[in-house]
Design a protein around this ligand. Structure first.
Ligand SMILES: [Zn+2]
Length: 414
């Protein structure tokens, strides 16, 4: 047994911090949690002194792309490096992301099932993975990346991934089955264009019909999979909500129609706004993408406010993988800047995120019976949220009771 003692504990549930806490760990799970005085440490337990630090559940990003490196054409079509190099770099990204305090990532396109198996076999280090493998849209939709003349990439961007294009309810059902066959834990699909779509496919353009979306959601549910829907605005956004998608990804224009947030709350649909990627698009993307990102900034913030007021569960997701890796916690800062309290933003990145990805029975809070996925940082993130994105301040990262980062002996961070 191991015990982490002396830290201020933010347990992820939204409760007030527990000063001078103790967390007792047996193997990969948490055995007991509470104020130090209330937790009996068995003789022989290894005591790890984390006093002066803040202890939190490992962080969870509900929307990343760990295998993406850049947004330019050469990179997105996998033309700029040999396939093996791409894979090895991705493995490095997994390790680095774990070391930044993210013990679980829902990958929303790009990672094949082999990465998850390699992490589980401990062949490589990485966060717990919830994979969509690829993602689904209709012809001409967000998953259908073609040249301006309408030609498909013969290698479908990546020969390791199933093609994501399907039209009509029957083919959509078959495509869901194909994703599951390839190892998908969650079914990702798109009902609208998006910030990164080609010119002419805009965030308000609906790219599926209701019959197709109903078939997709029903088939996923029949196979025990949640769905996550890329939907930015317009009729496609409403359609995804009416059909009961598990989560709305992006949802920038949700506030265009005040009914939508209420419908999401009633149906228990999660909102993953992914602000970070739009700040990156606004600064670094080609003009048509930067314009879209800038155009939705204000309404996107308003959409968050409406969702929170309506009681929608907001979960943290970055979608930042096409630009940068290992800085996922920036999204937590942005959530605070856009109107969440630091505690709400931490909840969005722990307990609510765990629920969103379907792993709340195992992770997301520091509680007896949960897996010991933990993060200790120097300083108080409730008074300075940016601490979570400062590598120097991340002193301990534990995944399933195993220390993957231990810098407790380092000199105190500035
Ligand atoms: Zn994405």
């Amino acid at each position: 047994m191991k015990a982490l003692v002396g830290a201020a504990l933010i347990d992820g549930s939204g409760s007030d911090p527990v000063p001078d806490a103790a967390v007792l760990i047996d193997g990969d799970r948490i055995e007991a949690v509470g104020p130090r005085a209330a937790v009996t440490l068995p003789p022989g337990a290894e005591v790890i002194d984390v006093s002066g630090l803040t202890l939190l559940p490992g962080l969870i990003d509900c929307h990343d792309h760990l295998s993406e490196m850049r947004y330019d054409f050469m990179s997105r079509w996998r033309l700029d490096m040999p396939a093996t190099l791409q894979r090895l770099r991705t493995a490095k990204v997994l390790e680095d992301t774990l070391h930044s305090g993210f013990t679980c990532i829902r990958d929303a396109w790009g990672l094949d099932a082999g990465f998850k198996q390699a992490v589980e076999e401990k062949l490589i280090q990485g966060p717990r993975l919830v994979l969509s493998v690829s993602f689904i849209s209709g012809t001409g939709g967000h998953a259908d990346r073609v040249t301006p003349s309408g030609h498909r990439n013969a290698f479908n961007w990546d020969p390791m991934l199933p093609d994501g294009v399907a039209d009509g309810p029957d083919r959509v059902r078959a495509k869901v089955r194909e994703m599951i066959r390839a190892g998908a834990d969650v079914i990702k699909f798109a009902t609208t264009g998006g910030g990164a779509s080609r010119p002419g496919l805009n965030p308000h353009d609906a790219t599926y019909g209701r019959d197709e979306v109903d078939a997709l959601v029903a088939e996923a549910a029949a196979r025990g999979r949640k769905t996550m829907c890329h939907a930015v605005g317009g009729a496609g956004l409403r359609m995804a909500i009416e059909a009961g998608a598990g989560s709305i990804e992006h949802g920038g224009y949700l506030a265009d129609d005040p009914d939508l947030a209420k419908m999401m709350a009633d149906k228990g649909i999660f909102f993953v706004p992914t602000f970070y990627v739009y700040t990156l698009h606004a600064e670094h993307s080609p003009p048509h993408m930067a314009e879209r990102a800038k155009a939705l900034m204000d309404i996107h913030r308003e959409s968050l406010h409406q969702a929170m007021a309506a009681g929608v569960k907001v979960a943290m997701g970055t979608d930042a993988g096409g630009f940068v890796h290992g800085t996922n916690a920036k999204e937590i800062e942005i959530l605070v800047e856009r109107g969440m309290t630091p505690m709400q933003a931490i909840q969005a990145s722990t307990s609510t995120a765990a629920e969103c990805v379907g792993l709340d029975h195992d992770i997301g809070t520091v509680a007896p019976g949960k897996l010991a996925d933990l993060l200790a940082v120097s300083g108080d993130p409730l008074s300075e949220i940016a601490i979570l994105s400062d590598r120097e301040k991340i002193r301990l990262v534990m995944k399933g009771g195993q220390e993957v980062v231990n810098r407790l002996a380092d000199p105190p961070a500035r």
